[in-house]
Design a protein around this ligand. Structure first.
Ligand SMILES: Cc1cc2nc3c(=O)[nH]c(=O)nc-3n(C[C@H](O)[C@H](O)[C@H](O)COP(=O)(O)O)c2cc1C
Length: 388
């Protein structure tokens, strides 16, 4: 790649060696706002591009993988949600649908949308999505909201696929290590998007990145990737100082032209006005973080009835699509982390150039805690290529 910058010191560690990366920077999966273009741009640069495929049916996932592979020979991650729905979604009633539609109905009308009718939920099966990943062959599989069965993990391992599990608490990190994943993404409370917790309620799994990462590093032997609130080189350096061997950044990449976020969403991220974010269940039924706006505030009002995941997501989409067309960002789910206002991305290459240059410039600090803490183990792992 032309215009490669930066010293190598902070880039040679267990994460880059296990995943085959030049830089320990992961573009976090962005669910429905993922794009092949973004994934490919990050991977071609030498980071890890990821694609969040949980909302797609198996055949759509197959198409995405083939398209990404046609554009890069580098490693990229496909990401799924182990838990695809809240159990109560299967029994949720038309009456509940009407109650949750009620606060949105006036907005749908105001943007020229069509008021939706109740449709019974039709699940997409995680196991069917996994099957396509196995059939198509990928190099990295990342996941949130749980741990896949041993049988599924064994299938991936047989294919040599690197496994990244996401933890929002120390206990989740330990459970993921016991299940035999290769890398832990430790996701702090600041992060954009959903919380992904699976051992306790998301509301009880809200440790910030600064506190979570060193505790996870102490509790597991695997390489840890810090996620949540990292918006620039300073955040990357801080994550390494906490013992992380890589970072996963979502919001910073969401603002890039290559992402799947719409123009209003990107404008909000880059406006300099994205100063406040908040957690809500209102966008989808599961707890996630977005920029505070009228929609988020109204959905967070006490007494507002929210459907279980993913029924609320489908409902809000009936507002979001026409609201985007009508140019009304205050009625859009504007997903973002607490770092939203640090967003500067013009294009992915420029963002990565800046990150790599700046981190390399302050590289002394970056060599970090993990090398200091367990030099013998880290060296040993690198020599054997094993992470546990
Ligand atoms: C719009 C959006 C969608 C996301 N979707 C997923 C997803 O499907 N799977 C996942 O593991 N993480 C998902 N994340 C989390 C990111 O991959 C990443 O871990 C997180 O954004 C890091 O925090 P930051 O936003 O503060 O950088 C999403 C984040 C955002 C902002």
């Amino acid at each position: 790649m032309a215009n490669r910058v930066g010293s190598k010191a902070w880039t040679d560690n267990r994460l880059t060696s296990r995943l085959g990366l030049e830089y320990p920077i992961i573009q976090g999966p962005l669910g429905g706002l993922s794009s092949q273009r973004l994934t490919v741009a990050v991977s071609n640069y030498g980071g890890l591009g990821s694609f969040g495929a949980h909302g797609l049916n198996p055949e759509a996932i197959r198409k995405v993988i083939r398209e990404i592979k046609s554009l890069t020979a580098k490693p990229f991650a496909m990401n799924l949600w182990v838990s695809m729905e809240d159990e109560v979604a299967l029994t949720s009633t038309e009456e509940a649908f009407r109650r949750s539609l009620s606060p949105l109905a006036k907005h749908i009308e105001s943007v020229g949308g069509v008021k939706p009718s109740y449709l019974p939920y039709e699940p997409i099966r995680f196991e069917d999505q996994v099957q396509v990943l196995l059939e198509e062959g990928i190099s990295v599989f990342s996941f949130i909201y749980g741990i896949p069965s041993k049988q599924i993990l064994d299938e991936f391992r047989r294919q040599g696929v690197a496994l990244i599990g996401t933890a929002t608490t120390v206990d989740e990190a330990v459970a993921l290590e016991q299940a035999g994943v290769d890398v832990i993404a430790a996701s702090g409370f600041e992060a954009g998007g959903h919380r992904g917790s699976f051992l306790q309620a998301s509301e009880d799994s809200l440790t910030g990145t600064m506190a979570l990462v060193p505790q996870v590093v102490d509790a597991v032997r695997l390489p840890v990737v810090a996620a949540g609130g990292i918006g620039d080189a300073r955040g990357i350096v801080a994550a390494f100082a906490l013992g992380a061997e890589g970072v996963q950044m979502g919001t910073a990449f969401l603002a890039c032209a290559e992402s799947g976020a719409n123009a209003l969403h990107r404008k909000a991220l880059l406006s300099g006005q994205a100063k406040q974010t908040a957690l809500t269940r209102g966008f989808t039924g599961r707890l996630g973080r977005g920029i505070k706006n009228r929609l988020l505030d109204e959905l967070n009002q006490k007494g507002t009835e929210i459907l279980p995941y993913p029924l609320q997501r489908a409902l809000v989409r009936h507002l979001a699509i026409p609201a985007e067309k009508a140019g009304r960002p205050e009625l859009l789910p504007l997903w973002a982390g607490q770092n939203a206002n640090l967003s500067r991305c013009t294009d992915v290459h420029a963002l990565l150039d800046t990150l790599v240059t700046e981190v390399s410039e302050i590289g002394g600090a970056v060599q970090s805690w993990s090398a200091h803490r367990q030099p013998a183990q880290a060296q040993d792992d690198q020599l054997t290529g094993e992470s546990r």
